[in-house]
Ligand binder design. Structure first.
Ligand code: ATR
Length: 298
């Protein structure tokens, strides 16, 4: 058994088969890194709403160790798990059945252990849309841009397209990856460009601009300029915490409305919790608590 799983799978005091299967919810997050994840805290808050005990493991995993570790988690009686970078595509590939969202994105962030095998879903896109709706922003008929074309962008692109925007521009350092996300889209208003092309004339002004890059983890932000934004436009950053700070500062300095990805994190978790338990937890209070705690830490 890999040491990472041994470390995190110690059974709680008083463990027995009954509480493993009925009262205690056994869940986990696979990925690397996972140590700083807020998921244990979020799912604990959800479990508390239903009087459930929670055993949520953080499992450091690689593509190589993932299948065996997943099997071990299943044998412990877990309901399923969350998946983060870099395992969202392997998680999609390992599943026996896929939701439409996981199939379309080619990546999974949630696995559910069912009697007939492993079911994979991707709750990122819908979680993001729920948080966007909370911010009172709609997509239909609007002009939308995504900066970035990695896994995070892949999770939200199908949801944006399903909401019928007037325009969708995906800009990425590697433009061919952006083109990949818009394959089979014949609408000329849906197009992929390089980051440099954001500066070229002829682009519409955007109502919603989504930062789906990971540049914030390098302490930087994508190069943007106020002329890209319509008045009242929103910049939605899929990052949160310290990775979100550089772009938040830029938006504050340029008078651009900004929202970080903490709400999306809570909403995608709530959708995963529903898949595992059938319960739909209340999210607003959980988000407010989390935000207050993060503010105290910074
Ligand atoms: P995630 O799953 O978080 O989306 P990812 O799949 O590695 O992570 O994608 C990271 C995104 O940030 C990509 O769009 C990447 O651009 P490339 O596709 O060209 O690699 C973008 N990104 C990361 N660092 C960047 C940087 N310094 N400048 C511009 N784009 C960057």
């Amino acid at each position: 058994m890999p040491s990472s799983l041994i470390l995190h799978s110690m059974r709680p005091a008083g463990y027995n088969r009954t509480d493993q299967h009925l009262e205690t919810l056994h869940l986990a997050l696979f990925g690397n890194p996972v140590a700083h994840s807020l998921s244990p805290e979020i799912h604990q808050a959800f479990a508390d709403q239903y009087g459930l005990k929670l055993n949520y493991k953080l499992i450091v995993s690689t593509e190589k160790t993932f299948p065996e570790q997943l099997g071990q988690l299943q044998s412990l009686g877990a309901r399923g798990c969350n998946i983060t970078v870099p395992l969202k595509v392997p998680a999609h590939n390992i599943a026996d059945t896929l939701s439409t969202a996981a199939g379309t994105a080619g990546a999974a962030n949630t696995l559910v252990f069912q009697q007939n095998g492993v079911f994979a879903d991707n709750t990122d896109g819908l979680g993001w849309l729920k948080d966007l709706t909370r911010a009172d922003v709609s997509i239909k008929g609007k002009s939308v841009a995504i900066i970035g074309a990695g896994g995070a962008a892949a999770g939200i692109t199908p949801i944006i397209l399903a909401q019928s925007p007037d325009t969708l521009v995906i800009a990425n350092r590697s433009p061919e990856k952006a083109a990949g996300l818009l394959q089979q889209q014949l609408n000329p208003n849906f197009r992929s460009i390089s980051l440099q092309q954001l500066r070229q004339p002829g682009l519409p002004k955007f109502d919603l601009l989504v930062n789906a890059t990971s540049i914030g983890h390098q302490g930087k932000h994508p190069e943007l300029f106020p002329g890209l934004f319509n008045p009242e436009a929103l910049l939605y950053d899929l990052n949160y915490g310290t990775a979100a700070q550089p772009l938040k500062n830029w938006c504050d300095n340029n008078g651009i409305r900004y929202r970080d990805g903490l709400g999306m994190l809570v909403e995608q978790a709530a959708l995963a919790f529903t898949l595992w338990t059938g319960q739909s937890p209340e999210t607003q209070a959980v988000l407010s608590d989390l935000r207050a705690k993060l503010r105290q830490k910074s």
